[in-house]
Design a protein. Structure first.
Ligand code: TK8
Length: 339
């Protein structure tokens, strides 16, 4: 009997060990569902990125974490949804950085006109120590930025005329994000700039309450703005990132393994999303031209003039953003450009 008992004991131990190896998830992961609020529509590449992020989460957690995307501002605009995330009423939001400068003034650095020249430059800045330093400031107000996702370089659309020089903005009613740097940038060009939440833009264009708006091609396409616009001009006047923000209050209630899975998988999703946007960019533009919009680029000289004209915006907002923050990003960019 002794040896039988011993054998049985061995067997149970072996089984327990096998189970522990097969399902390390048991202790670290709890079944969780979380909502991700989006202002853009579901045909935007953010959805592609979220699908990749979900697949990664499934692998990492044994399918214990499930994301639910909400689209077209169904859970409120960027600002409203971010407030809900901040106060722990909602788990996550993918938002532009620009409407959040009231919470984290340093984010205004991304609103400075013509700061970045290429997506690669923007990625290097955001995914490096500079991006980390802004993440710390977000964390301090209750927002965990899982990763910097992409909206893209912003271009103009309007119903009046091609924008070729900054003077072409004269008197044009331009919708801007709820952000003083954008407001000043377009006012400084002579436009009649009106801050408005993203969800109101389509009908304001349709009813001609405004003439113009600015967003990356893929966003102008997927939010159907081109249906109520005539001209599209490649100004590339700003690259404002999407932030994938998680509620700090909720994040802190998750296990370290769950937190790590979220961080890692948000990066997997980010890379897929950025690639999808880069791929779709020209297709979106072609589609809009096919729909009858007139397209133009800006000559390098006129681009230079727009930049020179905008220097006053750098000066007037440097202090509010934080002089150290502006200097740090400029130093990082100078280093990158010298490489
Ligand atoms: C979507 C917005 C949008 C932004 C804007 O929620 O408001 O124009 O560019 O993409 O974040």
């Amino acid at each position: 009997t002794r040896s039988v008992l011993k054998a049985a004991l061995c067997l149970t131990t072996a089984m327990a060990m096998a189970m522990a190896i097969a399902s390390p998830a048991l202790a670290e992961f709890t079944e969780r569902t979380f909502r991700v609020s989006n202002g853009i529509n579901e045909d935007h590449p953010v959805a592609t990125g979220m699908a990749a992020m979900q697949e990664c989460l499934d692998d990492a957690t044994g399918s214990m974490m499930e994301m639910q995307g909400f689209w077209g501002g169904a859970l409120g605009g960027d600002l409203q949804a971010t407030q809900a995330v901040r106060s722990g009423l909602q788990e996550a939001v993918v938002t532009s950085s620009s409407p959040l400068v009231g919470m984290v003034p340093a984010l205004g650095v991304f609103d400075l006109p013509f700061l970045f020249r290429t997506p690669e430059e923007a990625y290097a800045v955001m995914d490096g120590p500079f991006g980390d330093s802004l993440n710390e400031k977000l964390d301090a107000v209750g927002l965990v930025n899982l990763a910097y996702w992409e909206n893209g370089f912003r271009n103009m659309s309007n119903s009046q005329r091609p924008i070729e020089t900054w003077e072409d903005f004269e008197g044009m009613k331009v919708r801007v994000m709820q952000n003083n740097i954008f407001l000043d940038t377009f006012s400084n060009f002579g436009a009649n700039a009106t801050p408005m939440s993203f969800g109101e833009v389509f009908s304001a264009l349709e009813t001609k309450a405004i003439d113009a708006q600015e967003n990356p091609y893929v966003t102008i396409d997927t939010s159907r703005f081109y249906e109520v616009q005539e001209y599209i001009s490649e100004t590339k006047h700003a690259y404002t990132p999407f932030l994938f923000l998680f509620s700090k209050a909720i994040f802190n209630s998750y296990s370290p393994e769950e937190q790590q899975a979220l961080r890692d998988c948000a990066i997997v999703g980010r890379d897929v999303e950025r690639a999808a946007i880069q791929e779709l960019n020209l297709a979106s533009l072609a589609k809009m031209e096919e729909a009858g919009l007139q397209f133009n680029t800006i000559t390098p000289e006129n681009q230079e003039e727009m930049l020179a004209k905008s220097q006053v915006v750098y000066e007037s907002h440097k202090e509010a953003i934080g002089a150290d923050v502006v200097e740090q990003v400029q130093a990082t960019l100078a280093e990158l450009r010298a490489e």
